[in-house]
Ligand binder design. Structure first.
Ligand code: NDP
Length: 307
């Protein structure tokens, strides 16, 4: 059996790696499971312009590589495999990969969330080529352009309204006539003269060869199809937290996000969570990094009091 680690970190996005920088630097023996596809959501974007410290922005992949190297400098070890199961029912906690198991006195869960996708092949082909799931991150690239936001919840209204700061025209497209958004958010979007709301429209195809040029829409009532010219599409149809592994281990809320009890501690003392896996409100690289830092400080304090 492997040595017992002070901290096992699951996830290699900004939350996991920032936690690792702090635990490594605090001399806590740290092992980070980075998965087969390390780096999290930032590796699927291009330039990151809103992470403080980079005047000219930085490529998402480069930012993650820098964070990884920084934690490595402080002695953090990495396992480049997916975690297959965990056992938080007894201490030390156990984390397993397909061929080995590891034990830790504390665990920091930072597995993030995935933006829900429509599930169209054309969407996969044009992802990051005019398709984004984050207006705060990518809205800036659509100055004076026409874009669509897909969804009918608060996120769609918020993203759509926000995008009018850049885009000349914003369509918000919902698949039914029933909007999940709160009245105030819906009204704010409706009252914005740059916004046009299209209800009862299903996206059949994202059009374009190497960049989004439009959408093919089907009207739910009439069954008619039509094409809408666009320069970009933002998905706001919800996020799916990556919590399948933890379902029977820690408390989750009704949307599947990890519930935090005291600061970053989950329902299991000694198990902490940081970043999008427990946050469906802010979802920014910089807030995730901050939460990773908080979780590492909480883990360190918990170890001092309980180890
Ligand atoms: P929601 O689950 O509220 O809304 C998701 C929307 O996407 C719904 O309109 C849903 O349609 C639609 N949708 C889902 N799947 C598909 C699909 N495959 N194709 C087309 N449309 C689809 O998610 P949000 O991200 O908007 O909000 C999540 C939570 O965060 C909510 O509690 C919200 O209130 C909160 N929030 C609060 C904000 C604030 O207060 N400022 C800002 C943003 C979010 P359908 O209804 O038909 O299923």
């Amino acid at each position: 059996m492997s040595d017992i680690y002070d901290v096992l970190i699951i996830g290699s996005g900004p939350a996991g790696l920032s936690a690792a920088v702090y635990t490594g630097r605090a001399n806590l023996k740290t092992l980070l499971f980075e998965g087969w596809q390390p780096g999290g959501q930032l590796t699927t974007t291009t330039v990151v312009e809103n992470y403080a410290g980079f005047k000219d922005g930085i490529q998402g992949t480069k930012l993650m590589a820098e964070m990884r190297g920084q934690a490595e400098r402080f002695g953090v070890e990495y396992i480049t495999k997916d975690v297959t199961s965990v056992d938080f029912s007894k201490r030390p906690f156990t984390v397993k990969t397909d061929d080995q198991e590891y034990q830790g006195k504390t665990v920091i869960i930072a597995t993030g969330a995935k933006p829900r996708r429509l599930g169209l092949p054309s969407e996969d082909k044009l992802w990051a080529k005019g398709i984004s799931a984050c207006a705060t991150c990518d809205g800036f690239f659509f100055k004076d352009k026409t874009v669509a936001v897909i969804g009918g919840g608060d996120s769609a209204m918020e993203e759509g309204t926000f995008l009018t700061k850049f885009a000349s025209k914003v369509y918000i497209i919902n698949r039914t006539e029933n909007f999940r958004a709160s009245d105030i958010m819906l009204r704010r979007a409706r009252n914005n003269e740059k916004v046009e709301i299209l209800a009862d429209k299903v996206i059949e195809e994202v059009l374009g060869d190497d960049h989004v040029t439009g959408l093919r829409l089907k009207d739910n009532q009439s069954g008619e199809t039509s094409e809408l010219k666009l320069d970009g599409m933002f998905l706001a149809i919800g996020h799916i937290p990556v919590t399948d592994l933890f379902k029977d281990q820690v408390e989750l809320d009704k949307l599947g996000f990890i519930t935090l009890k005291e600061n970053t501690m989950t329902s299991v003392p000694g198990v902490f969570a940081a970043g999008d896996v427990s946050d469906h409100r802010y979802r920014q690289a910089i807030t995730s990094a901050g939460e990773g830092c908080k979780a590492s400080i909480d883990a360190k304090k918990w170890l001092a009091e309980n180890d």
